[in-house]
Ligand binder design. Sequence first.
Ligand code: ADE
Length: 231
Amino acid sequence: MDGLNTSITGRAIANGLLSIEAVNIRDFAVNKHNRVDDYTYGGGAGMLMQAEPVYLAYKSVEEQCKVKPRVIYLSPQGKTFSQNMAEEFAKEEELVFLCGHYEGIDERVLEEIVTDYVSIGDYVLTGGELPAMVMIDAVSRLVPGVLHNNVSAEFETFQDNLLEYPQYTRPEEWRGKKVPEILLSGHHANIEKWRREQSIMRTAKARPDLLEKAELTEKEKKILANYEDLW
Ligand code: ADE
């Protein structure tokens, strides 16, 4: 979990807001070669992780938990991870991420211990560690105190099913490209209106699937319909 020791999550760990512990399932191997994988019944390519080492590793973690923890199994077969899920997981005191390798894990132990099956997207990775780190990062930033300004955690992309509007900082002109005039006007109501429109347009272009879930006013729907005619 090296990557999480840097930057914002690193600071949160140092400040005691988060604690992350990695458990190696191989340490719970039930044979003398420390192997935790075996051939699949019924044949087919690839190896599978055996039930017992996974179960023993989980039990060693469960023992340290105050209450029975949610156990998230990272797998392309799971429900696609989302900001809503991150918010739900952020409410938990403790979470266990079960990372598979090889072709997966014996179904029986999954039935026994897993509470949530989660995928980070429709592509196949070699193991669950990177997906677990992605989820830990997304959940961590929602833990109070991890980000210094809680406003940004609340209002960013996806909170309202809209993508973020474009943003600019100094200089006012960069290689011939100017900051949109309205942002220099100091007229806050107009700026807010412009930003909201930009968010809606961006979402319509890049993620029309999200826009269906966004709450738009009748006026905004009309503006959007007019723009869509121009595309
Ligand atoms: N393990 C392998 N691929 C994965 C994915 N896309 N999401 C979660 N876990 C995985």
